[in-house]
Design a binder for this molecule. Structure first.
Ligand code: AMP
Length: 143
């Protein structure tokens, strides 16, 4: 299964934020959008970072509630790891495991084409395993 096929089902919507927005505003957006991470883009829509709920928790644990008024830029990750639409689910699972991250923005050329979370990959893996089990059961009972 390719990333592009998952995006066909899931859609290409990527929630974004600007680096000047505050950590408090970002936390509220993560909550209302029901997502674990947002891609941070500048005025030219270039990706400048990624902010996950883990970054919010870390900065509050270190600096207290005062961190909520700081800009996202102060705690986002700037070296963003991406995925390409023609990559496989297994390649993405390996990258997430190696890097200990749960989100991979997908880029087609220079443009954001979607975002894949660990939850999307697990969902696909479960349906693949179920289909294999169903196939084996049908094979055995046809025996
Ligand atoms: P996550 O497990 O995705 O919630 O994020 C854990 C940490 O990895 C946070 O510090 C994120 O900013 C960072 N992170 C998440 N996704 C990526 C990514 N695609 N590229 C680089 N860093 C990331």
């Amino acid at each position: 299964m390719l990333v592009s096929q998952i995006l066909k089902t899931k859609g290409d919507l990527v929630f974004t934020a600007s680096p000047q927005e505050t950590v408090g505003a970002a936390a509220a957006l993560l909550h209302t959008r029901k997502v674990g991470a947002m891609v941070v883009i500048d005025e030219q829509e270039a990706v400048v970072g990624i902010l996950s709920e883990r970054d919010v928790v870390r900065v509050i644990a270190k600096e207290g509630a005062g961190a909520l008024t700081k800009p996202i830029a102060s705690c986002m990750t700037v070296n963003v790891v991406f995925a390409q639409p023609d990559e496989t689910v297994d390649a993405l699972l390996e990258r997430m495991t190696d890097r200990r991250i749960r989100h991979l923005p997908v880029v087609r050329g220079e443009r954001l084409a979607g975002i894949i979370s660990i939850g999307d990959l697990v969902k696909y893996k479960i349906s693949e395993t179920q289909a294999e089990a169903d196939g084996l059961k049908a094979y055995i009972s046809a025996g």
